[in-house]
Design a protein around this ligand. Structure first.
Ligand code: GLN
Length: 185
């Protein structure tokens, strides 16, 4: 039975583990390159991408994460989506570059730190919680948009990796995690 890794350097990794457990998928907290071994896929949670990057640097995890993601499914939510993107703006920062998307951090502005919206994934409506969320400004040709909010992509998929600008682990629907769990299985 495959095991999912959840990057546990910072952010709400435990919430993801609870959703995965509900789907019958075991998960481990990943903090080192050695921790990636044996994982069939990885979730990079929401939190603060700058803080995560610092810790990734301390652990020398940047290259191991890139290497892992070249062949294994990786799902990034919010800060995790920022880490997966090829280009990051506001401000420019380093990323894993595993997905051909460009994101702008904190793009909903200071007035709208957080909001809850309804979005449709394959015609199924789910609640999406946005917390100081990025906006996906560009999507490469090999990347599919699975859901939008007010016209901009909020859930994208390149067949191996997925990125959500919202927090699917904070709502009662496990719709998005099911997509990812199927990929690990
Ligand atoms: N604003 C955060 C960042 O830029 C992301 C917020 C989140 O993950 N909820 O990293």
């Amino acid at each position: 039975m495959p095991i999912a890794g959840v990057l546990a350097l910072q952010g709400d990794f435990e919430a993801h583990q609870r959703v995965l457990a509900g789907l019958g998928l075991s998960s481990v907290q990943v903090r080192t390159a050695a921790g990636l071994a044996g994982c069939g896929g990885l979730i990079i949670p929401g939190g603060e991408s700058t803080t995560m990057l610092k810790m990734i640097g301390y652990e020398n995890l940047l290259e191991p994460l890139r290497e892992f993601g070249r062949s294994k499914p990786v799902f990034g939510t919010c800060a995790g989506a920022i880490l997966l993107a090829r280009e990051v703006s506001n401000p420019v920062q380093v990323s894993l570059g595993l997905m051909d998307i460009s994101v702008e951090r904190n793009a909903y502005g200071r007035q709208v730190h957080s909001h809850v919206a309804r979005i449709a994934i394959d015609e199924e409506e789910v609640e999406a919680v946005f917390i100081r969320a990025p906006v996906i400004r560009r999507v490469g040709p090999s990347t599919r948009v699975l859901a939008r909010f007010e016209g901009t992509p909020v859930l994208v998929d390149d067949g191996l990796h997925m990125a959500a600008t919202f927090h699917p682990e904070l709502t009662s629907s496990d719709r998005v995690h099911r997509l990812f769990a199927a990929r690990i299985r």
